[in-house]
Design a binder for this molecule. Structure first.
Ligand code: GLU
Length: 502
């Protein structure tokens, strides 16, 4: 294979949708598999759609999830600039070249005129069948063309699609693809303001940046015949193409949209995006307690399968196994439960200190003080019980503050008034117990007095955490410390007495 150079080419029009992250991932995996280069190119020629902060968001999202581009606007590289707005001057000469070669032409139709035509016929296409009756340099006399060019209003350059041809190419995912050229439209390649459209800028840059494979979303498949024609017109070798399947809504019906996050109650963006109004603000996977490697694993398998049943694959494991021909053609259903499952698996594997640093802000915001060593112990005890990192705190709240409510139903079932004094004795023993002697202070006491562990452990658990859920009780008490555990038992006994005498 020639040198593999692939690019992720988002437009900075807002937060990067999860589908875009998957496109970046597949490009990254493909590049790594073939010792190639992964490039980030920012396609910002459409200034009307430019959104402040979107480019930074894209860079941060790629950094967070760990797909660092080797060439990018921030890093530079031998084929820069990597921001299309900084390449403006390059494109016009290529549009001129296509005109000279007879593969593009000037069009002078006003937006109003085109609107009227589209209203009359919603299927209207500026192309092989219609261009001769429209206002352009192919239909008008040379004098008229010169006059309109001199006037300088509403001048666009359009690609001249050849008549009566089948435009074909092979797609790595879809196989053989063909289009009838008479059905294609003469796309605008240069706008009135001299700025290129996506089509021109995209293929000029792919050519100049020596892109070998274009791996992008399915929505660009219908633009590809135009691109193939442009490559041919310039006499350039076209890159290879791979069009990725759509990501579908959880119901399997229709494309997953940015609003589906709010609708179904899960994130569809890698990082949170804060806009002026709430409707356009979105929570990210990062802020919702997902680990980047879990999201990467989940997204990789959303449309690609390594060919066996193995599911837990970190990036390094995926790289050698990745291939474009194992990507499915049909849409991939977005299943948040699967994402949660992956996240759980990666949280269990994660280093406790790392988890601790991820939850430290949440703990501080709640007003609790806990040092890193304590937090990392909380993470060790809680990690098997959560799907998202913030649940370590919300489900392990008793590690930060004594319970204020208790599971009364269980108290009524399990608490016996005759055990009150024993519980207080256990609390007394705990007052002086250190970490290592917590177990003997509790279990030793119960056994020495010929009592039943089954009667004491659930009740002590409720005293410590308020309910029956939670990690190993003795370990939890050891972390809380003997004094704190003793205090909680004493407070709880008062409550237990009230409940059974109520
Ligand atoms: N700028 C296009 C986008 O926003 C790039 C499509 C492509 O990869 O060619 O997705």
């Amino acid at each position: 294979m020639t040198d593999v150079r692939v690019r992720f080419a988002p437009s900075p029009t807002g937060a990067l949708h999860i589908g875009g992250v998957r496109t970046a991932l597949y490009n990254y995996l493909f590049a790594k598999k073939h010792q190639g280069t992964f490039i980030l190119r920012i396609e910002d020629t459409d200034q009307t759609r430019y959104v402040e902060g979107a480019e930074q968001y894209i860079a941060e999202a790629l950094h967070w999830i760990g797909f660092e581009p080797e060439e990018s606007p921030l890093k530079g590289g031998n084929y820069g600039p990597y921001r299309q707005s900084e390449r403006k001057d390059i494109y016009k000469q290529y549009a001129d070249q296509l005109i000279e070669l007879g593969h593009a032409y000037y069009a002078f139709d006003t937006p109003d005129e085109l609107d009227t035509l589209r209203k009359q016929d919603p299927e209207f296409k500026y192309g092989v069948k219609t261009r001769n009756s429209l206002k352009n340099s192919l239909s008008l006399s040379p004098d008229e063309v010169q006059r309109l060019l001199a006037q300088g209003e509403h001048i666009t350059v359009r690609l001249k699609i050849p008549a009566d041809e089948i435009i074909e190419f092979t797609d790595h995912i879809r196989g053989h693809v063909s289009f009838d050229s008479n059905e294609l439209d003469d796309k605008v390649i240069l706008k009135g303001d001299g700025m290129p459209t996506y089509h021109l800028a995209n293929i000029v840059d792919d050519h100049l940046m020596k892109i070998s494979h274009v791996i992008r979303g399915e929505e660009w498949l219908s633009s590809t015949p135009h691109h193939v024609i442009m490559y041919r017109s310039f006499g350039w070798q076209a890159p290879e193409f791979a069009h990725l399947p759509l990501i579908l809504k959880p119901t399997g019906q229709g494309k997953l949209s940015k609003r589906d996050g709010a609708k179904f109650g899960f994130p569809v963006f890698p990082l949170s995006w804060i806009a002026e109004n709430e409707e356009d603000s979105f929570i990210g996977f990062r802020e919702d307690g997902y680990l980047p490697e879990a999201l990467g694993n989940f997204l990789a398998l959303l449309g690609w399968s390594p060919g066996d049943d193995e599911e837990i694959l970190d990036i390094e494991t995926m790289i050698p196994r990745f291939s474009l021909d194992k990507i499915v053609k049909s849409g991939a259903r977005f299943d948040i439960d699967k994402a949660l499952w992956f996240n759980q698996q990666y949280i269990i594997k994660a280093d406790n200190h790392r988890l601790a640093s991820l939850i430290s802000k949440q703990v501080a915001t709640l007003g609790y003080q806990a040092d890193a060593a304590y937090l990392s112990e909380v993470c060790r005890l809680m990690k098997e019980r959560v799907h998202r990192t913030h649940e370590i705190v919300s489900k392990g709240m008793f590690f930060f503050s004594a319970p204020t409510t208790y599971d009364d139903a269980t108290i009524i079932k399990k608490y016996k008034a005759e055990n009150k004094q024993h519980l207080l004795n256990i609390a007394d023993q705990l007052m002086t117990a250190d970490q290592a002697s917590i177990e003997s202070a509790v279990k030793g006491y119960v056994q020495d007095n010929q009592l039943k562990l089954g009667e004491f452990m659930p009740i002590i658990r409720i005293a410590i955490s308020g309910n029956m859920q939670g990690p190993d009780l003795i370990e939890s008490m050891a972390l809380l410390g003997g004094k704190e555990s003793a205090q909680r038992i004493k407070t709880a006994v008062d409550h237990f007495e009230k409940v059974i005498h109520a």
